[in-house]
Design a protein around this ligand. Structure first.
Ligand code: AHR
Length: 496
């Protein structure tokens, strides 16, 4: 029996809806074919954006979308992606498969996509190979509502009204693909570039500095020391590679040991968030600067027969558990994490949607975002969950890792309590006794994601192998709720 105690009197922080954000890069079939097919496509579209994909994303209420990269961001020159499509300059996408990028999806198209999705744009600027002038003019192009050659150019390209752009990243992974910089050098460049990212009219830019990879605390320390006064947030990237960076491991054909290693590695997110936050505290004791995990998720060996530069992978119940545990971790840090962006939204890495021609499927990870969507902008409730460690495995001769059997978070909005619980155990069902301190519940409903095997996944031929089902096996008595968590499952519980 596991105990779960939820204290409804103790509201810890508002869960920023942007924690449920996404990331789209000019990489493989994420933009082209995934989100955008062009106005002349036979695939139903509005202004080139796939209707099926847009509708599916609207159903999970995606709050924010990051673009154009990733590594691509520091090679992207935004002026190549505006104006008549036939005269847009082509380029080689050196990071991702060496394919020709025809720039038919640019600033106007991205803003149109965000309009259709009803989400905030998060633009990532180019520090690695761009200029200060270029970055400065991009913000002016998008947001200046006055007379200037750049604003006129926007009008000539069909858009008189400026857009609103709140989130702007100054470089991406500048310790790696974004210029191989030392943190001290990047901090100086950050200070310089951000000076020219101006606020026009009432558009107030939230400036985001490039943060660390995984547990590179030295990067966070140096960038915070030298530039924290000039930033609103700093980022963190963490990917889960079951076997390691070089070999990674397949997306579907994994055994139990590799599964538990994957979940244990996903749990490392909590440790590194705490590590980076404690460094940020030293330079920003008032917590003015937010932490943004703008790339996270599983990264496997790409599917056989696909372009290795396209990072296309399948998505199983293992990914659902990774997403469920990770989103509970983000919720638990709702006081400091202001945004997170799953990598990536369609057809790349831990995607929520896969497409093939005119076909589309929703992955198990999509369904987790569906089960968690009530947490967006809700108040995080203090909770305590009794867990045991499972799946102990040696990842090398001197290191053993394991993961908790259960993970949960709870929130409240408009008097409705949402609990998300996940059971990572592949064999055992866990009965859960939940006490709701300060709440006499009148009704409870549930939705669950589970499947016969952890390797189960959706295909274009069988798109509903893994799907949400309703769940009603609850015993509710005022402030006491009892239910059982089946093996390898994710559940949303709604209490009124
Ligand atoms: O998401 C794929 C890549 O991973 C991104 O382009 C880069 O920022 C990271 O290394």
């Amino acid at each position: 029996m596991s105990k779960l105690v939820i204290n409804t009197y103790n509201k810890k922080a508002t869960i920023n809806k942007n924690i449920y954000g996404h990331f789209s890069e000019h990489l493989g079939r994420c933009i082209y074919g995934g989100l955008y097919v062009g106005e002349n496509s036979d695939i139903p579209n509005v202004c080139g954006m796939r209707t099926d994909v847009v509708e599916a994303l609207k159903a999970i209420k995606i709050p924010v979308l990051r673009w154009p990269g990733g590594c691509f961001a520091d090679e992207y020159h935004w002026k190549d992606g505006i104006g008549p499509k036939e005269s847009r300059k082509k380029m080689v996408n050196t990071n991702w498969g060496g394919v020709v990028e025809d720039n038919s999806f640019g600033t106007h198209e991205f803003m149109e996509l965000c309009r259709q999705l009803g989400c905030e744009p998060y633009i990532n600027g180019n520090v690695g190979s761009g200029t200060v002038q270029e970055m400065s003019e991009w913000i002016e192009y998008m947001t200046f509502d006055g007379l200037s050659p750049i604003a006129k150019l926007r009008e000539e390209n069909g858009r008189k009204e400026p857009w609103k752009v709140k989130y702007f990243g100054v470089g991406n992974e500048n310790w790696g693909c974004g210029g191989n910089m030392r943190p001290e050098y990047y901090a100086d460049l950050y200070r310089r570039f951000q000076s020219y990212v101006k606020n026009y009219g009432d558009n107030k830019v939230y400036k985001i500095a490039c943060g660390a990879n995984v547990d590179d605390y030295r990067w966070t320390e140096n960038v915070m020391r030298n530039a924290c006064r000039q930033m609103d947030a700093i980022t963190l990237h963490y990917y889960v590679h079951p076997r390691g960076w070089m070999e990674k491991g397949p997306s579907i054909e994994f055994d139990e040991t590799e599964y538990y290693i994957t979940i244990a590695k996903a749990m490392y997110m909590d440790k590194i968030i705490k590590g980076h936050l404690s460094i940020m505290d030293r330079f920003d004791p008032r917590h003015r600067v937010g932490l943004i995990v703008d790339e996270w998720g599983t990264w496997y060996t790409c599917e056989p027969g696909t372009n290795p530069g396209f990072l296309y992978q399948q998505n199983t119940m293992r990914d659902a558990i990774v997403a469920a545990y990770t989103l509970n971790i983000f919720n638990s840090h709702a006081d400091r994490i202001v945004m997170a962006n799953l990598a990536q939204i369609v057809n790349v890495l831990q995607a929520v949607i896969l497409t093939e021609g005119d076909k589309m499927l929703l992955t198990p990870t999509y369904h987790v975002f569906d089960l968690y969507k009530a947490h967006m902008d809700a108040e995080l409730l203090d909770s305590w969950l009794e867990t045991v460690e499972i799946g102990t495995a040696k990842v090398n001769p001197w290191q053993e890792i394991s993961c908790p059997n259960l993970s949960a978070s709870a929130s409240e909005k408009d008097g409705v309590i949402t609990i998300t619980v996940s059971n990572a155990d592949l064999s055992n069902t866990y009965p859960v006794d939940c006490t709701l301190v300060g709440k006499r519940a009148e009704s409870v409903t549930g939705r669950i994601l589970r499947s016969g095997k952890v390797n189960d996944h959706n295909t274009f031929e069988a798109p509903n192998t893994v799907a949400i089902q309703s769940f009603d096996k609850f015993d509710l008595d005022g402030d006491k709720l009892h239910f059982e968590m089946p093996p390898c499952s994710v559940m949303e519980i709604t209490i009124k």
